[in-house]
Design a protein. Structure first.
Lengths: 363, 270
């Protein structure tokens, strides 16, 4: 292919043609984006409805819709037990799966842009490790699940505050210091988690801790969801609002400053949003690996690196991915399969297939 | 537009001063070239004058106001910075990259709107790279990428452009394209420019003013012809330098040669 390079100044007509062509491409791209958005939202709704009808306790589609919209199917009688399963068990759990998947993916994607590092995860600053320490401590003390959740949330926030304190050098917190501090604090908390495991009673407490660390959504109730969801939603909203700024944040710090970006402020806000999401997700469903690393990259393979699209795409794709994983986790065998195992077992081949098909991320 | 540095000094902690009482000023559509040997502090000077690094003493003034007293966004609307071309870890398309220059005009929660995209198209057209707008920054040549970075700075509609070695790592043709673009912006848009360069010839060719950083930390500032003379360049770069003018069909071009350090060879004869 020959490449033509035009010397400035360009004849006006030619250049206008380029602009028109460019605008056409833009229009086509935004049409495709709209189709994707509609498709993803539709998939979430359909899959959620399907997930309600799946599981040990049999619930049919008609029963579900009759329970959801009274009077829709006047001939269908919904037993109280089914109603209970739908509203108190399955819907909260599906809601949590959607929120956790969307949240972790957005948080991972935001960190990847913020640290301009494709390997960043929601745990890069030690939030998840911190939160899991809080949770296992709560389990060790035999606290009720709501308190375990609060412990985890607080410990996750504490971890990030520690990271910011450790990473501070005169006048600011350079990126590299934050990442190093994150590694140190994360290592510290993971040692503390080991300490708790070491002291835990191997008969009942230790298995509970181990199972919790592998991640599970089985403990979801409307109550836990009510405490955790606002954090996740607020965090996602914050990152969603700042998503275009993430493009500039992925450049070097000086470059970002020279574009007129209040770098410290945006960074702190994104870290805050991400921390709220991760701490809250971990406090409700334990450690869930892979999602935060993988889903944003899947978004990038489809939509390119522009975070204006990567952020919403991560939300949608993450929600779908987690919903599928959790439904498999609770339906395939008689006992629950830990989510972290499934995210890797299902996620890895899926990711590889996509890598082959799309030729990877644009570099 | 008046841009001025008064007695700016800079030192990295516990080291000797890199820059000693640098003073210069730039007014109206002029181009200022900054020259100096490797390690003389050219990039440091750019960063200090833009407030990206703090002066240890002295200050930068924009329209007579100390830039530390100007809100960041206001400053970056007036001054566009073109860093040395370095591709980021996440690659964006040319349009997406150029629109980042609009950040200074947008609030934290705002995203670029119609008006901003119009400015992007204007900047692309001005530099003659409209045909690249949907290409990825990794799929264009180094010279084109440098122009993209200039376009990004232009998108903020600055009255001063500051460029860090805009023509380094480029081949002859691309060097000409980039320098010509800067000259044209100055002439047609009335934009002032400050640039670091390793090439005294380029400085003589496009700039009205020059600032020479000497190895001992002293600086020489003045009009380009005054500053870019054989003796001064020789002192700055610690190598004998010859300057010769050659007549081109349409204008005169000045050539600058470093000559072999062994004195017996007697330099280059033209």
């Amino acid at each position: 292919m020959t490449r033509q390079r035009r010397k400035a100044p360009v004849p006006a007509g030619e250049s206008t043609a380029d602009l028109v062509k460019g605008r056409d491409m833009q229009k086509r791209a935004s049409r495709i984006h709209r189709l994707w958005a509609i498709g993803i939202i539709a998939a979430i709704l359909v899959l959620s409805a399907a997930a309600v009808t799946m599981g040990r306790f049999h619930i049919g589609f008609r029963e579900f819709f009759a329970a959801l919209v009274p009077g829709l199917f006047p001939d269908v009688e919904v037993p109280e037990a089914a109603r209970n399963v739908i509203f108190n068990i399955r819907l909260p759990r599906i809601g949590l799966a959607l929120l956790a998947g969307a949240g972790l993916s957005v948080s991972g994607g935001a960190f990847q842009a913020l640290f301009s590092n494709p390997l960043a995860t929601p745990d890069t600053l030690g939030v998840a490790t911190g939160a899991s320490f809080g949770a296992v401590l709560g389990i060790l003390f035999g606290l009720p699940s709501v308190l375990v959740q609060v412990f985890a949330l607080l410990a996750g926030l504490l971890a990030v505050i520690l990271v910011y304190t450790v990473g501070r050098v005169k006048g600011g917190s350079p990126m590299i210091m934050l990442i190093l501090a994150g590694m140190v604090i994360s290592a510290l908390f993971s040692a503390l988690v080991s300490l708790v495991k070491y002291t835990a009673d191997p008969q009942d407490v230790l298995p509970a801790i181990t199972f919790w660390l592998m991640g599970s959504l089985s403990g979801t109730t409307s109550e836990t969801l009510l405490i955790g969801a606002p954090f996740i939603l607020l965090g996602m909203l914050l990152i969603y609002i700042l998503r275009w700024k993430l493009n500039a944040m992925s450049l070097s710090e000086e470059e970002a400053v020279s574009l007129g970006i209040p770098v410290k402020k945006i960074r702190a806000l994104v870290v805050l949003g991400s921390t709220m999401i991760t701490a809250s997700v971990v406090s409700m469903c334990g450690l869930i690996g892979w999602v935060g690393l993988l889903i944003p990259h899947i978004g990038r393979m489809i939509f390119g690196n522009n975070n204006t699209y990567v952020v919403p795409a991560s939300m949608g794709l993450g929600a779908i991915f987690m919903l599928v994983i959790d439904t498999v986790a609770r339906c395939v065998t008689a006992s629950e399969i830990p989510v972290s195992i499934l995210t890797a077992v299902i996620g890895a081949p899926f990711f590889i297939a996509l890598l082959r098909k799309t030729g990877g991320i644009q570099v | 537009m008046k841009f001025e540095v008064r007695e700016g000094s800079f030192q990295y902690t516990h080291e000797k001063e890199v820059l000693k009482k640098v003073s210069f000023s730039l007014e109206g559509p002029e181009i200022l070239s900054i020259l100096g040997a490797n390690g003389a502090g050219k990039t440091t000077l750019l960063k200090c004058m833009l407030g990206l690094l703090p002066w240890s003493s002295g200050a930068t003034f924009l329209e007579g106001t100390d830039i530390n007293k100007i809100p960041n966004k206001e400053f970056w609307k007036k001054v566009g910075y073109v860093p040395q071309a370095k591709k980021p870890s996440f690659v964006y398309s040319v349009r997406e990259m150029v629109v980042l220059g609009r950040n200074a005009w947008l609030k934290e929660w705002q995203r670029p709107g119609k008006k901003d995209w119009a400015k992007v198209e204007e900047a692309l057209e001005l530099l003659g790279i409209s045909h690249l707008q949907n290409r990825l920054c990794s799929q264009i040549s180094g010279g084109e990428y440098q122009l993209v970075l200039v376009a990004r700075a232009l998108a903020a509609e600055p009255s001063l452009l500051v460029l860090d070695e805009p023509e380094s790592n480029l081949d002859f043709k691309n060097q000409t394209i980039v320098l010509e673009a800067i000259r044209r912006l100055c002439r047609e848009k009335g934009i002032s420019a400050i640039l670091n360069t390793h090439y005294p010839e380029h400085a003589i060719d496009i700039s009205q003013k020059a600032l020479l950083l000497m190895p001992d930390g002293a600086t020489v500032f003045g009009s380009a012809e005054e500053v870019l003379r054989e003796e001064l360049l020789q002192k700055a770069f610690d190598v004998p330098v010859l300057i010769r003018k050659i007549q081109l069909p349409d204008r005169e071009y000045t050539c600058v040669f470093p000559t072999p350090s062994s004195k017996s060879e007697g330099g280059i004869k033209l």
